[in-house]
Design a protein around this ligand. Sequence first.
Ligand code: IVH
Length: 675
Amino acid sequence: MPEVLDAAREEHRRLAEEIRRHDYHYHVLDNPIISDAEYDALMRRLLELEAAHPALATPDSPSQRVGGAVSASFRTVTHPVPLLSLDNAFTDDDLRDFDRRVRSRVEGGEVAYVAEHKIDGLTVRLRYENGVLVEGATRGDGITGEEITANVRTIRSLPLTLRAPAGGEVPAVLEVRGEAYLPVEDFEKLNAAREQRGEPLFANPRNAAAGSLRQLDPRVTATRPLSIFVYQLLPGEGVQPASHWESLKYLRELGLVTNPHSRRCQTIDEVIEFCRYWQERRGELPYEIDGVVVKVDSLAQQEQLGTRSRSPRWAAAVKFPAERGVSVVEDILVSVGRTGTLTPVAKLRPVRLAGSTVSRASLHNEDLIRQKDVRIGDAVVVQKAGDVIPEVVEVLPERRTGGEREFEMPHLCPVCSAPVERLEGEAAHRCTGGLTCPAQIHEGIVHFASRDGMNIEGLGPSIVAALLQVGFIKDAADLYSLREEQLAVLERMGPKSAANLVSAIRATKDQPLHRLIYALGIKHVGERGARVLAEHFGTLEALSRASEAELAAVPEVGEKTAHSVRSFFDSPRAQRLLEKLVAAGVRTTAEAARTGGELEGLTLVITGTLSGFTRAEAEEAITARGGRVASGVSRKTDFVVAGESPGSKLDKARSLGVRVLNEDEFARLLRGEQI
Ligand code: IVH
């Protein structure tokens, strides 16, 4: 038997080496030397050997590309150095200001730059030890991220083992940062396939890349043809090149893929020229870019310039303006949202914009249609910027032929035929069907399961629709009593995905109370409002009993919200829903303070605008470390974090002698450093 294993080990070693060589030729040199079929045959043989001898399936085996074991959740990892973000520049003048600031701070004043594509994907940090890829993580809040090693191993253009650089050795430890992305063509194929299967579509390649990398089942990730460009050697031991340009060269020597269009520029004018060039040609690239990143080339100069709390002074992101194109409004359809709002949506002749195909644009409401005078059949200018839903900017009246038709808001809900009303002072038309309208029920359950709500992985709009249609669920609480056998009878749902979905649903029973409150979809209660209510009332029971006056007395809760919360809990349907959620074992009490976090037992108050965090990110970062966020300053407050234009809370902190932190100190506190 040992001889058999030895022979298998030897064959496996040779095969793995050969596959790695072909990966390098294909992805790094862009010059494959065998056919896809030949490559597949090598991979098949490798998998056969590993099936017979599981010990051969080591983390650096090319077999890891097909996806490893499923995990229940992602582990949080702390980045060895914070992954900073970038300050934005929008105009040539902003770039010249950046250049002036840089040159005034460096000795000698001579500065060269490297200009690179700003890839619109998902940031990842990768760690190689002795040449083997051992860890991949998302950026998260820049300080901690999620460990997604099994998923990054499926990225074909990412080497699982490094090559020795010319005349040197593979470094003992190497940490790099890069951007994983989905090529535009693959994104469109993926969406076309999803549309056929009735699955929800990804809004853009970036969302598709992020969704693919954040899959708990790496085998799903492996089916998505993700790719990666590495663009930064993170500080650490080992080789430290003198410039960014040289570090890119070094990374390529190690077998990592860097972007081929990066350019070293001697002056800021060359950088501006680079931006102009790519702004015009961005549509020709096989991947999406949303701008250009400009970096000071010399690492010594980078060090002199240093960083602000969350972004380096030696780099800037030049953001491209939204891309515009011309299309034709083929029809105006009306969709019904969670709270019954009717939204007119333009069905457009497909037009390629910002790297993807746009065939719909929101028209928001009837007033806006009138204001812009959009008619069915009109030629229109459409604009799309990054994540935002495409919008109709203006009509081209000179292209009218006379056959255009004006749009009229329906008087009856297009889904449930209940009368449509428009309340005084509101722009929106609403379906009055309430929770008898199937569209509102559907949207409500989708919202319940959404990422900011209960975050049920894998439960998208089409599955919710199917579950409602066959009558397996009538409201969100019914999700918790779904059984695998039921799900497995749905079209396109195998036993494995049924089991995954049931466990994904079950895993959300213990979500924090604020998520549940948000997930209920109470009108005017957003993410922040849900946190405030959870914090104040502590249990869903207490919240549901609070009078309108008690609700309105809570800081940050307005009268409109108080009224809406009260009427929500007064409705018999909501009462039934809550009873069912409790019976299903969903947690309806606030979490006891998390133990073991760096901020355990500490209460913080935030005032003013922070440059590196949105308010929600800052709050999440505090609570994730066991701290508490309060809305008002008292003697019990441990720290007040003061950003730009702080409010009266700062004065109050000073008068009470509460310690005030600037953003830099706050970021250090989050990293567990001395402040
Ligand atoms: S450099 C400290 N270079 O754009 C240096 N970032 O905030 C930080 N991005 O999510 C990043 N392409 O991950 C750099 N060529 C590139 C990039 C790039 C895309 C992302 C980055 C971050 C965002 C900027």
